[in-house]
Design a protein around this ligand. Sequence first.
Ligand code: AMP
Ligand code: MN
Ligand code: MN
Ligand code: MN
Length: 287
Amino acid sequence: MAGIDLHFHSRASDGALTPTEVIDRAAAREAKPELLALTDHDCTAGQEEAAAAASRHGIAFLNGVEVSVTWGRHTVHILGLGIDPEHAALADGLRRIREGRLERARQMGDSLAKIGIEGCFEGAMRWCDNPEMISRTHFARHLVDSGAVKDVRAVFRKYMTPGKPGYVAHEWAGLEDAVGWIVSSGGMAVIAHPGRYDMGRTLIERLILDFKAAGGQGIEVASGSHSLDDMHKFALHADRHELFASSGSDFHAPGEGGRDVGYTESLPPICRPIWQALEARILRPQA
Ligand code: AMP
Ligand code: MN
Ligand code: MN
Ligand code: MN
């Protein structure tokens, strides 16, 4: 939806810009956005700063987060939109997820060292402001910067996806827990970029049913990670399962591929936009 972007990252997780910089970048687009939500992974540290920046630009804002979830043998991402970052159950849940990241990153460094690529843990940490938020993206930036691999995409393909030498399996939050924290804090839960999961139709349907049973109500239809075919496919899933549709760029960093921040394509007309259901949670700039 032109002017609406409800999924992007800052340096509080694995984005390259500060919360202020990423909102400034969105605001500087030729068509100023109407509504933005910052959705850092497992962390709400950037919300206050981003909300203040949006307000300065006269742009409406939703507090957001992208929660890492383990569902069966799959990692899925669940967005929380319109959350209350201070809510105790949500804040505790996110803190527990973050706790596992540092040890996982050490193991990733060790396993890359075994194939002769030394120093990656320390290298990745130099790209990360907050050690408990260390992620595969920081490893990827280090490997590109050190000249070992040509770009971030190639790092994931060669080293950091299941079965590859730098990949370390990890147990994230449960689906029911993640959706529960989001909903109890006053937000709505959204299945992020469903087109990216390695799941056929039957599994996607099962994920949607489990997600709905836990209290989830939305799915990303327009996404920087989706092709046009994906967008139409998930618009039909949303319609069939009576889910609200969301739109987000999933922007991380200038020049790292994917969509820029502050804009997503219009949702297909059968969709019910989730922001209409979140009206009461939208922070409007003071006149
Ligand atoms: P982590 O939470 O540490 O597992 O890192 C996940 C992050 O890695 C995602 O949020 C994306 O930003 C990034 N990522 C995952 N897969 C890819 C890929 N194939 N290409 C580029 N970035 C990716
Ligand atoms: Mn990311
Ligand atoms: Mn994601
Ligand atoms: Mn994301």
